[in-house]
Structure formats: structure tokens, C-alpha cells
Design a protein around this ligand. Structure first.
Ligand code: NAP
Length: 327
């Protein structure tokens, strides 16, 4: 049966941004819920090792995710599992958040920390063989390919890092990139080039994914974009890391965004809709790191607290869950 909940702050997504926002909102004594469709951690769960979060020279992604969750819970943030379908601003300027199961959450402020969804190549066979050799998560699926020859597509940080990670299992990893230089940071490139199990196939696109009679990937049809030469790569897996699309489709009505669809915010992480904040990968910004997500989440929660205080102080006033802001 569907339920209705009242909160001060609703946070959509339990990645680093959402859990940091939850921790700060909790510390501000706001009644806070974090709604997440999967496990807590967001992109941390797709990252093997984190080496650039201050204070942790090396920590596994899942481990840091668990610590974020425990920390947010310690300060009172509640975690609910659910797939958010819509975030709707009501006429009284409060928000209604509806989940797939029909639950309705109501609050004067919402912080969107929903991250993004992996971009697909869009080539024949990709969707058909997803889960049967086509993957977007190395940490989830890498172990299935112990001793195999596999391919990674992309040229950014994710492709470089995950290629390196996948050599733990695979005998050989071919990194297929559409240009003749990588976009990945220099330190990840160095690690990649020094790994004897990785070979880069430059200037090349995957044109088709093929499978054996059981439907498991066994070949990739490739095309060199400079020479037009076609070739086959007998790989049993294709891991695609060609970027992310922000999960903003849940917001009903217009909200300002950049040309890629990332949400535009001011320095308080507030979007073009009053009371609606955005933090982390879903937000338009220079870089998408755990550190920046945590910073965004901090700012968003503190700004949301100030926003609630301004409602309390205004002559209009609105009722919120703790009752502290009622007129
Ligand atoms: P990204 O930096 O946007 O790189 C995407 C890569 O995919 C680019 O090399 C791009 O090629 C290629 N690509 C895009 N569309 C393609 C297509 N249709 N066919 C073939 N190739 C295609 O994405 P990302 O690597 O997922 O990283 C996203 C963000 O997360 C970045 O800000 C990154 O720094 C961050 N991140 C950081 C770490 C880390 O620091 N450890 C790890 C993962 C991600 P072109 O280069 O030709 O455009």
C-alpha cells in the first residue's frame, strides 16, 4: 500500500553528494530522507579504488560508500529505497516527490543528487547482449571474465581506470578509442600505458556487437575512422565507458540546464526553482569527483537550511515536518 511522508528535506539519490547533504541536513536537525533506487554509493559503487579523497590514500569505493551512509545515519538522515518518478512543485511552493511504488513524499525543499546514467553506444547488438557480455560496470561484472580477452570503449577517466581494474581478471584488455589521444587524466594514462595487459586500439569505433549461438558476446566489428578499414576483435565482453547523462527527467516543469542537460545552479546549489537544490554529478560544473560532490552536498544542505529559516521568518510562512516553521 502506498504511503505519504512529511519531511523538511527530501534528497533524491544516495551518492556522495546526497549522503553528504543528508549528513549536514541531519546535523541541522532537519527531518531528512534520502530516497535511493539501488544501494547507497552512486558512482562509488562503480569505482574500484578511490585514491583522491583527502584523508584516504586508498579506499575501496563500496567501503567509502558505507562510511558515507553510516555517517549520514548517525546524524539522523533516513534512507528509503524507491524509484523516484516525479519531483513536482505545488502551488504553495512546497514539493511533492512520487515514487514508482506510489509513495508520496512532501517537503518544502528538495535536493536533487540523482547523478547520471551511462551513455550507450547505440550500435547493433549492444542492447541485445546487455548482461551477456555488454556491461557498463566493471566492478559489478569484471569477475565474470577471468582469463578472457575483453574490450573497453572510451577514452576518459572512467575508461582508463576501469581498463586497468579489469586486468585483474582478463588476460587481455583492448581499449578502443575513437581518437588518437585519450581524454583521461595523465596519471591514469600513465598507469594504463604501463600495464602490459592493456593495448589501445586508436581511431576506432565499434560498429556491431556479435554473439555465439547462446547469445554471449564473442566478436566486435570495428572500423578505423581514418582509414575506413574494418576488422574483427574476438572479445567476450564489451565494457562501455563513454560518459554519463544527468538524471534530470524526474523534475516536472522547466528548470534551467546547460546544453548537455546538467542542472544550472547558483553558488548555493539552488536551481532556477526556489527551494529546489542540485548537487553532484547532476549539476553543471567543471569536474565530477567525490570531493566536489561532497562539497556540493554540503553547500546544498546548508543553503536548504537557510531557505527553510527564511520561510519561517517570512510573513508568508509554511508548515514543515518539524513544525518549527509553521505560521
Ligand atoms: P568523459 O570524460 O566524458 O569521457 C568520455 C569518453 O568517451 C571520451 O574519451 C569520448 O571520446 C568517448 N566517447 C563519447 N561518446 C562516444 C561514442 N559515441 N563512441 C565512442 N567513444 C565515445 O566520461 P567519463 O570517463 O565517464 O568521466 C566522466 C567524469 O567523471 C569526468 O569528469 C571524469 O574526470 C570523472 N571521473 C573521474 C575518475 C577519477 O578521477 N578516478 C574516474 C571516473 C570518472 P572523445 O575523447 O573523443 O570525446
Amino acid at each position: 500500500m502506498s504511503k505519504t511522508f512529511e519531511y523538511d528535506v527530501i534528497i533524491v539519490g544516495a551518492g556522495p553528494a546526497g549522503m553528504t547533504a543528508g549528513m549536514y541536513a541531519g546535523r541541522s536537525m532537519l527531518k531528512t530522507v534520502i530516497i535511493e533506487r539501488g544501494g547507497s554509493g552512486g558512482e562509488l559503487l562503480n569505482t574500484e579504488a578511490i585514491e583522491d579523497y583527502p584523508g584516504f590514500e586508498h579506499i575501496e569505493g563500496w567501503d567509502l560508500a558505507q562510511r558515507f551512509e553510516n555517517h549520514a545515519k548517525k546524524f539522523g538522515a533516513e534512507f528509503h529505497q524507491g524509484v523516484v518518478l516525479t519531483v513536482r512543485r505545488l502551488e504553495d511552493a512546497t514539493f511533492e516527490v512520487e515514487t514508482e511504488s506510489g509513495d508520496v513524499y512532501h517537503a518544502p525543499t528538495v535536493i536533487i543528487t540523482a547523478g547520471g546514467t551511462p551513455i550507450k553506444l547505440g550500435v547493433p547488438g549492444e542492447a541485445e547482449y546487455a548482461g551477456k557480455g555488454v556491461s557498463y560496470c566493471a566492478i559489478c561484472d569484471g569477475a565474470f571474465f577471468k582469463g578472457h580477452v575483453i574490450a573497453v570503449v572510451g577514452g576518459g577517466d572512467a575508461a582508463a581506470e576501469e581498463s586497468d581494474f579489469l586486468t585483474r581478471y582478463a588476460d587481455k584488455v583492448y581499449l578502443i578509442h575513437r581518437r588518437d589521444e585519450l581524454r583521461a587524466s595523465k596519471i591514469l594514462q600513465k598507469r594504463l600505458f604501463e600495464n602490459p595487459k592493456i593495448e589501445v586500439i586508436w581511431d576506432t569505433l565499434v560498429e556491431r556487437v556479435e554473439a555465439d549461438e547462446h547469445g554471449f558476446v564473442n566478436n566486435l566489428k570495428l572500423r578505423n575512422v581514418k582509414t575506413g578499414a574494418e576488422s574483427n576483435l574476438a572479445a567476450t565482453a564489451m565494457f562501455v565507458f563513454i560518459g554519463f547523462r544527468p538524471n534530470t527527467g524526474i523534475i516536472e516543469g522547466h528548470v534551467d540546464h546547460d546544453e548537455m542537460g546538467y542542472l544550472l545552479t547558483d553558488t548555493n546549489m539552488e536551481t532556477s526553482i526556489d527551494g529546489l537544490f542540485a548537487a553532484g554529478d547532476v549539476r553543471s560544473q567543471l569536474t565530477r569527483q567525490v570531493t566536489t560532490a561532497a562539497g556540493d552536498g554540503t553547500t546544498a544542505a546548508i543553503a536548504a537550511e537557510k531557505y527553510l529559516a527564511s520561510l519561517r521568518d517570512s510573513s508568508v510562512g509554511r508548515i514543515v515536518a518539524t513544525g518549527g516553521y509553521a505560521v
